[in-house]
Ligand binder design. Structure first.
Ligand SMILES: *Cc1c(COP(=O)(O)O)cnc(C)c1O
Length: 463
């Protein structure tokens, strides 16, 4: 054993080999030195544990092989482009909305250069970053004022902190939502420093429940869009108009968290009704909050829109500063919002809306195209099947979108192995498993990704 230990090379000796030089060029001297040290440590421990039994001889070559692949794995890029073939259009784990080319260009421009982020170009004084989108949001929603923060969760937290801290926030028991990523409305209310006062029941909350809960400690009434569930059957909630009248009469504020903020009436495009921001404000809601990267189809952002005096108060709160939006997202948001104005057609220009409304014949044609490219490779078994896609992220929760998928099976692998191989590819392709097949839903795949998917499928085949 002592002999084996003694025969192990020194760190310094290993560092001077050509193998080390190659790795140092790739990963830097510090990482390679550390990896050699760690590897020798592990090897020594193994020799001691073997207590004299014969072990595979340790060669510099075998050491470097292991170190090389370990360093490569540790430094591999984990955030990278992926193909979303899940059929979930706004897929939070896959980065939600794809941006319109206009939004991408706007980001590029402010990323590569300095920008008038907080500089008022008319007088050279300090300006507000909200100013770049405020007028547009007001125009598109009818709001008096607006501001933007990092995401919708931050928008709600900021609103509640600025308007409700130390006081009561009244919410219906049917609307105490939990959305993904451990965002639970009761917890957010508590975090803001406000106290949650629950009213009504799970299925029914009446106006009189709000009425009798309001007292001098009440700061606001909070309504939330039940975006990822629905309560059906014997149900009722007061209308926005009723709640708004009550808020006015009692000197409280009506806030509604919309989650997915829709700026246009999607029912005109054959989709389910989702509350349109402008209609909600018109119904008398004082403030709304909504996401930038859900149905709006822009970057991650949270919009707060409504009464001027309230928005101005929120803008000054320290939390607003802590969760402020960055220049890249702001540029992308502005460019996306522009696409809602004439002469643009948002349904055509904004990828999320485009995918939602794309005629089924086009989706089917794309599926046929993939099928024929894969057939030409002739390696995986592929079939065309009818399926349903989804908006995702709590948007249009009850909407089935007709779709077509290419269903893959591999003669040599289980469906889980196939899914995993496609995830591990240079460009990961993410499908969904159903009935022992891997479905590649074509509603969320773009025209130019068809060839890419075929290449990836080709690349994962065993040699
Ligand atoms: C999605 C959602 C949020 C959170 O939005 P993010 O932009 O992800 O922070 C809040 N409320 C509701 C109702 C939602 O659906």
């Amino acid at each position: 054993m002592q002999d084996q230990l003694r025969r192990l090379p020194q760190v310094q000796t290993l560092l001077e080999t050509p193998e080390a030089a190659t790795l140092i060029a790739l990963h830097g001297r510090a990482d390679v030195t550390e990896a050699i040290r760690a590897k020798l440590e592990v090897t020594r421990a193994k020799i001691r544990a073997a207590a004299g039994a014969t072990l595979q001889p340790v060669t510099a070559q075998s050491l470097f092989q292991e170190i090389g692949s370990e360093l490569a794995a540790a430094n591999a890029q984990t955030l990278k482009r992926a193909v979303n073939a899940t059929g979930v259009i706004i897929h939070t784990n896959l980065g939600r909305a794809r941006l319109a080319p206009e939004a991408i260009q706007a980001m590029q421009e402010v990323a590569a250069n300095y920008a008038s982020l907080e500089l008022d170009l008319s007088d050279g004084k300090r300006g507000s970053r909200h100013a770049h989108v405020e007028a547009l949001i007001c125009q598109l929603t009818g709001a008096e004022a607006a501001m933007v923060v990092n995401n919708c969760a931050a928008a709600i937290l900021t609103c509640l902190s600025a308007l409700g801290a130390g006081r009561d926030v009244i919410a219906s028991r049917g609307e105490l939502v939990e959305i993904g990523g451990s965002f639970r409305m009761p917890d957010v209310i508590t975090q803001s420093g406000a106290r949650l006062k629950e009213v009504g029941t799970t299925n029914k909350t009446h106006l009189r429940d709000y009425q009798s809960a309001i007292d001098e400690d009440t700061a606001l009434l909070l309504k939330s869009h039940t975006s990822n569930y629905s309560i059906v059957g014997f149900t009722s909630v007061p209308t926005r108009q009723e709640l708004s009248r009550l808020a006015r009469e009692t000197g409280t504020i009506l806030v509604e968290d919309l989650g997915s903020g829709v700026l246009i009436d999607l029912s005109q495009h054959g989709l389910n009704q989702e509350p349109v921001v402008g209609d909600v404000l018109k119904a008398g809601v004082d403030l709304v909050t909504f996401s930038g990267d859900k149905l709006l189809g822009g970057p991650q952002a949270g919009v707060i829109a409504g009464r001027r005096a309230l928005v101005e108060t929120i803008k000054k709160h320290p939390i607003a500063r802590a969760v402020r939006i960055d220049k890249l997202s702001l540029a992308a948001l502005r460019a996306t919002l522009e696409l809602y104005r004439p002469p643009h057609d948002p349904m055509a220009r904004i990828p999320v809306l485009n995918m939602l409304a794309e005629p089924i014949q086009q989706v089917e044609a794309r599926a046929h195209k993939l099928l024929s490219v894969l057939g030409a490779h002739g390696v995986l078994k592929s079939d065309l099947i009818e399926t349903t896609a989804r908006a995702g992220a709590g948007s249009l929760p009850n909407q089935d979108l007709p779709s077509f998928a290419v269903a893959l099976t591999s003669p040599a692998q289980s469906v889980e192995q196939l899914a995993s191989a496609l995830r591990d590819a240079e460009t990961p392709v993410i499908g969904r498993i159903s009935k022992d097949q891997l479905l590649l839903d074509m509603r969320t795949v773009s025209e130019d990704e068809v060839a890419l998917i075929a290449d990836v499928c080709q690349s994962i085949l065993p040699e």
